[in-house]
Design a protein around this ligand. Structure first.
Ligand SMILES: CC(C)(COP(=O)(O)OP(=O)(O)OC[C@H]1O[C@@H](n2cnc3c(N)ncnc32)[C@H](O)[C@@H]1OP(=O)(O)O)[C@@H](O)C(=O)NCCC(=O)NCCS
Length: 205
């Protein structure tokens, strides 16, 4: 299993406000999920995406279905562990791009979730970047995401329409984003313009 660690320096309130804010360094362990992580990952997802109108948010079922589907790439289901606890999750799974050269492989990012008590400490950023780095190492070239551009632009995501990529969500505009990963030794070019086809589990969300 490919395990990386990252040290994150975050300025956080530390103790009574009277004592001010201090820089605290956190060491996260980033690694692909294993069987023992399934329940903790479901708990992180359920809390991060909790909504008053549903008992279990659809992102929990989405990950469970993807995990048992051909879209699953074990190396790209990234957990961030802090003090032995799963605190963040970033998932990349297979999608296809229908192009004039046939359907070519790409990746979709999501869900991305951080345990509520550990949000805004850099864990989400670290988990996403670790997943993207692992994808680059595997020779992947294109990642799409539906999310807030204010968050995803830090990784290099930009409007997917600029790359000619469409999807059921492209009408939403800015949240439909894509990232071309650096070329690997395999030398495969990124898929050209086309329609991004998401596997069936995505119809849940
Ligand atoms: C969104 C989320 C993954 C971010 O992870 P995180 O560890 O809390 O965030 P990080 O510490 O890595 O990054 C903090 C930055 O993200 C921004 N950010 C946090 N949550 C955000 C959100 N929902 N939308 C946009 N930006 C957000 C912060 O403003 C901060 O920006 P700055 O660096 O410019 O100050 C996490 O807060 C979460 O799980 N939220 C609930 C589930 C969710 O919305 N997932 C994303 C679906 S697209």
């Amino acid at each position: 299993m490919d395990v990386r660690t990252v040290s994150i320096s975050a300025t956080v309130a530390d103790g009574p406000v009277a004592f001010g804010k201090v820089a605290r360094v956190t060491t996260l362990r980033l690694r692909p999920e294993g069987p023992a992580d399934e329940a903790p990952v479901a708990r992180v997802l359920a809390a991060a995406f909790a909504r008053p109108d549903v008992a279990t948010p659809p992102e929990v079922g989405l990950v469970e279905e993807l995990r048992h589907s051909p879209a699953w790439i074990p190396e790209l289901a990234m957990v961030a562990e802090y003090g032995g606890e799963v605190v963040a999750y970033a998932l990349l799974t297979r999608v296809g791009v229908r192009t004039d050269r046939g359907t070519l492989p790409a990746l979709a990012l999501g869900p991305v979730a951080v345990a509520r008590h550990r949000q805004r400490l850099g864990h989400g950023t670290a988990a996403v970047q670790a997943a993207l780095d692992a994808a680059t190492e595997l020779g992947e070239r294109l990642v799409v995401v539906l999310g807030d551009p204010a968050y995803y632009r830090r990784f290099g995501f930009g409007p997917a329409v600029r790359l000619g990529l469409t999807s059921p969500w492209s009408g939403l505009g800015e949240p439909w984003q894509a990232l071309v990963l650096p070329p690997s030794a395999s030398g495969e070019p990124p898929p050209p313009a086309g329609e991004v086809v998401f596997p069936a589990p995505w119809s849940r969300v």
